[in-house]
Design a protein around this ligand. Sequence first.
Ligand SMILES: Nc1ncnc2c1ncn2[C@@H]1O[C@H](COP(=O)(O)OP(=O)(O)OP(=O)(O)O)[C@@H](O)[C@H]1O
Ligand SMILES: [Mg+2]
Length: 138
Amino acid sequence: MDIEINSQEDLKSAAVQLLDFAGDEKIFLFEGDMGAGKTTFIKVICEALGVSDLVSSPTFSIVNEYLAGTGKIYHFDFYRIKNIQEAYDIGYEEYFYSGDLCLVEWPERIAALLPEHHLKVDIQVTGPEQRMISLSRI
Ligand SMILES: Nc1ncnc2c1ncn2[C@@H]1O[C@H](COP(=O)(O)OP(=O)(O)OP(=O)(O)O)[C@@H](O)[C@H]1O
Ligand SMILES: [Mg+2]
């Protein structure tokens, strides 16, 4: 499914559409270039799920945890991961297979460790505020 975004305001309805499309899928993998809007969209998704604490990029840790009305949310950013061992060290399996929602930026950095079934969220920059968000259940 493709969602056309014309301004950041459109992200709210896109988040609702994404959550509907995701069904019971718990692993969301966000792909797109640096600055495409992965963190920005994750923040809006978290707001839609009732997270009240600030969602920012997990710059200093690979994973941040938020509490939503629906349960825990784990937000990963693997951009700065140095090697696969680091993912084992943080105990990625306990998060991925916890049944809690996992929102993953830069999943390609840990390609070998990704769960087979997931929701792929691809964000393409099509203008200053315009984006094309492509969703696929894999
Ligand atoms: N429609 C839009 N959706 C998302 N971000 C947008 C949009 N329009 C403009 N922006 C801006 O683009 C930037 C996106 O930055 P963001 O940190 O979300 O990207 P990112 O994909 O997480 O980057 P990184 O790979 O560095 O983690 C923000 O400054 C945001 O305000
Ligand atoms: Mg980011």
